[in-house]
Ligand binder design. Sequence first.
Ligand code: MRU
Length: 368
Amino acid sequence: MKIDGKHHQSIWINENNEKLIQVFDQRLFPHEIKIFNIQNTDAAIFAIKEMVVRGAPLIGVTAAYGLYLACLEAQKESNPDIYIEEIARKLAQTRPTAVNLVWAINEMLRVIHQGKSVEEKINIALQKANEIKKEDIEICFKIGEYGLFLIKKIAESKQGKTVNILTHCNAGWLATIDWGTATSPMYQAQQAEIDIHVWVDETRPRNQGANLTAFELNQQGIPHTLITDNTGGHLMQHGMVDMVIVGTDRTTRNGDVANKIGTYLKALAAYDNNIPFYVALPSSTLDCSIADGIKEISIETRDQNEVKYIQGKVDGEIKSVLICPETTSAINYGFDITPAKYVTGLITERGICKASEEGIRSLFPEKF
Ligand code: MRU
C-alpha cells in the first residue's frame, strides 16, 4: 500500500545486494520512516524480538528470510545443517504467540533440508522465502475480496449510509506484506467506492492502532477516528459500529482466536450489542493441532516498561515518558483469547466460515 502516494511493501531485498533484507523500523512510526537493515541472522532475531517488525504474517516472512541468511552464514560453518537448525530454534523463540512464525520456519526447513550443498540450500531458501512472501500478498488480497462482500451487504442494508468498522491493533499491510488482513476489506471497499469509516483502537501498551493503523489509513485516505481502547463498548451501545474486523496471531481448530490484548473485550461488547465480530486470517495462522485457546496458547509477556512508559514525539524528537510512580510494578500480557462463541465468522483466503471445527474443516480439510 502507499506511503506518500508511492506503493510500498513491508519487507524487501535490497535491489543492489541480494544478501541484504530491508524493512521499515516500525518502532518509529508514524514519526519517522526509517529503513532497518537485516544483514545477518542476529539482526533478523533482533528485528522480530524487539518489534522492528511485528504482526503475525510479517514475523513469519522475516523468519523465512532469516533462514535464508542462516544458509548464507552456514557457508563458513563446519556443520551447516546444525548451524541452520540452531538459528531456526533461536528464531522460533523470539515471539511465542503468533503461529505463523513456526509455520514459516517449518516450511523453510523442509525445503532447505532437500539441498545437497550449502549453495543449493541458499538458492532453495531464497526462492522459498520469496514464495512465502508472494503468497501472503495474494492471500491478503483474497481475504479483502471476501471481506468486501460483508461490507457491501451492510452498506446495502444501510442504503448507502457510511459503514462504521471498528478494528483493534494493526492487522494492516505493515503487519503483513501488502493489503493486510483486517484492513484488506477496508482498502477494497474504498476502491469499490463504498462509504466507510474506521474506528481505530489506540491499542495500549505499544499503540499499534494509533501509530500504525492510523498511519496506514491516513496514507490511504480512508476516513478514520482514533479512540482509546475503552471507547468501543460505548460506541457499540449507541449504534455507532456496524461491524468489527480484527486480525489474529493464532486460531485453534475449534475457532478460538488469539489476538492483541483487548480483543476479547471488544468481542464481548460486540456480542452484547448484536454487532458482527469478524476475524480475518491467512490459513498460516490456523493451528489445528490445538483446540482450546485459553488452555493451550502461550501468551507472550513483554517488558513491564512498555506499560509504565509511553512513547511519542515531543519537540520534534521521539521520547518515552513515565506515566506511573517509578516503583509501581506492571504486567504486560501481549495477547488474549476470544472464545469461538463470540466470533461471527473467520474471513480467510478460501472464503468465510464459522469459527468452529466444522467451519474450518469445510475450507481447510488438509489442516486436520
Ligand atoms: O504484537 P503485535 O504488534 O505483533 O500484534 C499484532 C496483532 O495482534 C495482529 O492483530 C495480528 O498479528 C494479526 S496481523 C495480520
